[in-house]
Design a binder for this molecule. Structure first.
Ligand SMILES: [Zn+2]
Length: 403
């Protein structure tokens, strides 16, 4: 089923216009209709010999209600900031200036990411897991809100987590929060700017336009901030402390140089010990552990529930396709078009009412709490039990970002 997993490299998301939207089943155009269809989807027996479990695949749309920008517009194109261009892994590896720029912008953006909390959609998923209606989550989001909202449900963070930094030489992971404190120590002028940005209220609002008006900058989903005319060249960042103590070998066998200034900031001319956010950058491969964990999450289920994603990244699209190839019913709840959605809705019985597949254009933070409410209202007393050991397959190292 998932035997041939070729290299999964992050690419710039697919940006062609998806086909026009269609609601399946037709009764799902209203909220009660969509709730009824989704309830049937989750409770109908899985087809053939597939496991009676539901895997969930989420994307940026799922975190919008937590105040995090969604760069998928109504037509699957960038909406929040058209000027946004993602950073490439090779540029980060090869350029001290690029790293300065990245960490300067991330330094400011981190404050808002830290303030984001799981939304009602995350909490509804947690409840559905307690009710044994969903079994595990694969998310494209790097905000770790799933892990915080439902720590007991196995979660694969496909593109990593902004809660950590990782060394590009020795792969040691450490806390992003502690790294932030180091950036504050090394960059007093930026720390002052950040204090003023917070005081201006620019970081308190979740409206991108208002944020730009108050503070004069924009923010992207990965926590990046646009600072017009800000001197990135002055920004300093520390190296990996392990590599500073014991310089790593480079690919050619020579010893890497990890040099610091008198304050402990990495000096130009260093060739190793670079810390990067523990997220998959564009042009970077998803680790084989994480790829395998995501594929296993799909293969261990008999249904796939796709929430708040246009499946624009190839890594997410191929998981949904894998589910379809496995013969799993697929439900897609997302505002805006979805990449290749015709393959999920073709061949369904026109009279089916949710058990074979669903496509609704509705926000997850509206639909999921309504579903939970409906199930709580109608469920027999016996259904409401918390199951303590949800994971029926062996955990895979690297599958979860909880350490
Ligand atoms: Zn290191």
């Amino acid at each position: 089923m998932s035997g041939a997993i070729s290299s999964l490299r992050m690419r710039i998301p697919y940006r062609e216009l998806p086909p026009p939207n269609i609601t399946i089943p037709p009764s799902a155009t209203t909220l009660p209709g969509a709730v009824a269809a989704l309830k049937e989807f989750l409770t109908a027996p899985a087809p053939r010999n597939l496991p009676n479990r539901t895997a969930v695949l989420t994307g940026a749309g799922f975190s919008v209600a937590s105040g995090l920008a969604d760069y998928r517009g109504a037509n699957g194109t960038y909406r929040v900031n058209k000027a946004y261009l993602p950073i490439f892994y090779t540029d980060f590896l090869n350029s001290h200036a690029t790293r300065k720029r990245y960490w300067a912008r991330s330094y400011v953006g981190w404050t808002s990411l830290q303030k984001a909390h799981p939304n009602v959609g995350h909490h509804a998923l947690a409840r559905l897991h307690q009710l044994n209606l969903v079994s595990n989550v694969v998310t494209q989001n790097v905000d770790s809100l799933h892990v915080r909202a439902h720590p007991l449900m196995p979660t694969v963070e496909l593109h990593g987590s902004l809660d950590y930094v990782v060394c590009t030489s020795c792969r040691t992971r450490s806390s992003r929060a502690a790294f932030q404190d180091e950036l504050t120590r090394l960059n007093p002028v930026w720390a002052d700017f950040l204090r003023k940005a917070i005081a201006s209220g620019a970081l308190a609002t979740e409206d991108p336009a208002e944020r730009q008006r108050r503070g004069g900058f924009r923010m992207n989903p990965d926590g990046d901030v646009e600072l017009p005319d800000a001197p990135y060249t002055t920004f300093r960042y520390p190296p990996c402390q392990s590599c500073l103590t014991k310089p790593p070998k480079l690919a050619d066998g020579s010893e890497g140089r990890v040099h610091v200034d008198s304050d402990g900031a990495l000096s130009s001319g260093s060739t190793a010990g670079f810390l990067k956010p523990a997220v998959v950058m564009f042009g970077e491969d998803i680790s084989s552990d994480v790829k395998q964990a995501a594929a296993t999450a799909i293969d261990s289920a008999g249904r796939l529930l796709v929430l708040g994603t246009s499946l624009a990244t190839f890594s997410a699209w191929r998981l949904a396709k894998q589910a379809k190839q496995n013969g799993m019913p697929v439900a897609v709840v997302s505002i805006g078009g979805v990449r290749g959605e015709d393959i999920f809705i073709s061949g369904l019985d026109p009279d089916q009412t949710g058990s074979q597949g669903i496509r609704v254009e509705m926000s997850t933070e509206s639909l999921l709490p309504a579903l939970v409410e409906e199930i709580s209202r109608t469920a027999p007393a016996g259904i409401d039990h918390v199951h303590e050991s949800p994971q029926t397959f062996a955990p895979i190292p690297g599958a979860s970002m909880i350490e």
